[in-house]
Design a binder for this molecule. Structure first.
Ligand SMILES: Nc1nc(=O)c2c([nH]1)NC[C@@H]1CN(c3ccc(C(=O)N[C@@H](CCC(=O)O)C(=O)O)cc3)CN21
Ligand SMILES: O=c1ccn([C@H]2C[C@H](O)[C@@H](COP(=O)(O)O)O2)c(=O)[nH]1
Length: 277
């Protein structure tokens, strides 16, 4: 995961300080790209221990079209708690936009099912795109995330907002555009999540995994993560693990938590950090 440490080092050394919505302050750069060859191992950060469990459950939750944290809580995942209403709602976030985007005449578009069909039937397409960025449901900036969710708007605008697939020589690649990236806490999750999605899609479309390409807008280090960043940069990356997926599953929506097994994950100890809300 040299690519990840290089991003972290670049932002630490060249990032410019600015205030941000959360009042924490960040050091940031604008525009960066990392590439991961998925045949070289599963890109889970090794310089701190990462919980694949939260990542798998979050992805299954997105794919189910769910936007209430109830499923996550029942499975011991608390990463979305700070933004949800008392009844667990986050408003029309990722799951809603991926699976049931509402069009102007009340039509409902399942972008993920259409994507699977197109990868299977029209793999040369240059339109294998999914967008979570929907201006109709963006939050009102004068309200808090919870107030927005209570009013049917997104608690937070999507960070991983647009992704595209590409099929070539029997391999499936994915490129993500992430407009805003919390390098210490969010990015390890985002890399693993989209890499996992690519592996799952490759399996159900009878393709081999290609590359995951991660493109960033505002890539930042929160000012209260700098000690953790220093510690992480002092560590040597270890060999990547492999992710085994139950080969029987051929329907993207039929995967369950037990279908995934992380093999050979060696990591340095976990590093705790506060999340900016
Ligand atoms: N500031 C900020 N950073 C984010 O990464 C982020 C948000 N806000 N808001 C929405 C989601 C929620 N995500 C989160 C939120 C918390 C953790 C976090 O605290 N991670 C810990 C514990 C992980 C666990 O419980 O499994 C970590 O050490 O990785 C990670 C991603 C990603 N997003
Ligand atoms: O998947 C995610 C979700 C969120 N983030 C980070 C990026 C920012 O630090 C915050 C969102 O704040 P905005 O003011 O809406 O940009 O959450 C992430 O890195 N990955």
């Amino acid at each position: 995961m040299k690519q990840y440490l290089d991003l972290m080092r670049t932002v630490k050394e060249q990032g410019v300080f600015k205030g941000d919505r959360t009042g924490t302050g960040t050091y940031s750069i604008f525009g960066h790209q990392m590439r991961f060859d998925l045949a070289q191992g599963f890109p889970l950060v090794t310089t701190k221990k990462c919980h694949l469990k939260s990542i798998v459950h979050e992805l299954l939750w997105f794919l189910a079209g769910d936007t209430n944290i109830d499923y996550l809580k029942r499975n011991g995942v608390s990463i979305w708690d700070e933004w949800a209403t008392e009844s667990g709602e986050l408003g029309p976030v990722y799951g809603k936009q991926w699976r049931s985007w509402e069009g102007p005449n009340g039509e409902v578009i399942d972008q993920i099912s259409e994507l699977v069909n197109e990868i299977r039937n029209n793999p040369t397409s240059r339109r294998l795109v999914v967008s979570a960025w929907n201006p109709v449901v963006l939050p009102d900036v004068s309200l808090s995330p919870r107030e927005n969710a209570a009013q049917g708007k997104q608690a937070l605008p999507p960070c991983h907002c647009l992704f595209q697939f590409y099929v070539s020589e029997g391999k499936l690649s994915c490129q993500l555009y992430q407009r805003s990236a919390d390098i210490f806490l969010g990015v390890p999750f985002n890399i693993a999540s989209y890499s996992l999605l690519t592996l799952m899609l490759a399996q159900v479309c009878d393709l081999q995994p290609g590359e995951f390409i991660h493109t960033f807008g505002d890539a930042h280090l929160y000012s209260n993560h700098m000690e953790q960043v220093e510690l992480q940069l002092s560590r040597e990356p270890l060999q990547l693990p492999t992710l085994r997926i139950n080969p029987e599953v051929k329907d993207l929506f039929a995967f369950c938590f037990e279908d995934f097994e992380l093999v050979g994950y060696q990591s340095h100890p976990h590093i705790k950090a506060p999340v900016a809300v």
